[in-house]
Design a protein around this ligand. Structure first.
Ligand SMILES: [Zn+2]
Length: 333
């Protein structure tokens, strides 16, 4: 199995009526955790790297770790995706490096902080779509502003997606997938209480899906921030303030209404940190990184397997043969 495009994986998810997690990585152990979870649950996977992750790992290390994943897990379709590209240049560099998909987040200016206007977003996203599709790669766009700040990216404010604009945006840019802002935010501190309709606008997903039934929708900031992971961290010296994430049942409602990609990063981070804290609390004499990174990797694998089952991607790894980038180029023409 080769690296595959986001477009193919989401088209298949659309046919099968399931969602696929977009899981962020920064290092080898996280990639291994996702791949082991994919093998255990027979899931296609989307592995994504933010600009911060590319800087932290260095592009070459990241890309070659992904090639190792491809070689070691030949039965798993893998999408390698740029998360929140801040400029056409960032997205183009990802595609040139071998990523099969890029997100152009034109909802913000190139500084990754200042909200942009609609025309700016259209123009920069279309530029990336033209470049990517000519090479067979896929593009995710974003309309509206997702709250919170992650890896220094984000305005800190939330602006819900306008369904009329969504229709125009998809038509004029030709994006393969659209991230919509429905009140979620990046990071661990999403909600100060269990979210209800007043703070999580699932009706907006339903409305946008009605108008754009062929467009794959993407939910960002969709970690569920499980209480038990917060508890493990806090029971072992951590100080995570009480917080609520996006309930699995709300994500599943989204999947019934056109959501095909669900971004999850915080849950992995919490699992890794909890396992390391617990290990150090129980074994203060340990100093071999394998002794605590091993359990951290296992804890992340466990949460990844849960999400793969929750989203419905489990069992679908063997459903299809990869479509090559050159074949994708022809299809876009
Ligand atoms: Zn995001």
């Amino acid at each position: 199995m080769a690296l595959v495009t986001l477009r193919q994986v989401l088209d298949e998810a659309g046919k099968g009526g399931y969602g696929v997690g977009g899981f962020n990585v920064n290092n080898m152990e996280q990639i291994q955790a996702i791949m082991e979870a994919a093998r255990a649950t027979k899931s296609p996977v989307i592995i994504q790297a933010s600009r911060g992750a590319r800087k932290y790992t260095n592009d070459k290390f990241l890309y070659h770790l992904m090639l190792a994943a491809e070689e070691l897990y030949p039965e798993i379709p893998i999408v390698l995706h740029q998360d929140h590209g801040n400029s056409a240049e960032t997205c183009i560099s990802a595609i040139d490096l071998g990523f099969t998909s890029a997100m152009m987040d034109g909802s913000l200016l190139e500084d990754g902080k200042t909200p942009s206007d609609f025309e700016f977003n259209l123009k920069v996203t279309k530029e990336v779509v033209d470049y990517a599709h000519a090479r067979g790669a896929s593009v995710e766009g974003e309309l509206g502003c997702i709250g919170g700040i992650e890896d220094g990216h984000g305005s800190g404010q939330s602006r819900l997606t306008d369904p009329d604009q969504a229709v125009e945006f998809v038509k004029r840019t030709g994006v393969d997938a659209l991230a919509v802002a429905i009140g979620t935010s990046h990071g661990a501190y999403k909600f100060t209480r269990k979210p209800d309709e007043a703070i999580l606008a699932m009706n907006l997903i339903i409305e946008i899906h009605k108008r754009l039934p062929e467009t794959h929708l993407v939910m960002h900031g969709s970690s569920s921030v499980p209480q038990e992971l917060q508890d493990i961290i806090n029971a072992n010296g951590g100080k995570i303030k009480q917080t609520w994430g996006v309930p699995i049942e709300e994500i599943q409602l989204g999947i019934k209404n056109g959501v095909r990609k669900i971004n999850v990063d915080t849950d992995s981070r919490l699992a890794v940190t909890g396992a390391i804290r617990k290990h150090f609390a129980e074994h203060p004499e340990h100093f071999d990184p394998r002794e605590y990174l091993g359990p951290a990797r296992e804890a992340m694998q466990k949460v990844m397997e849960q999400r793969m089952n929750d989203f419905g991607q489990a069992g679908h790894a063997g459903d299809y043969q990869p479509i090559s980038l050159s074949e994708m180029v022809k299809r876009y023409l």
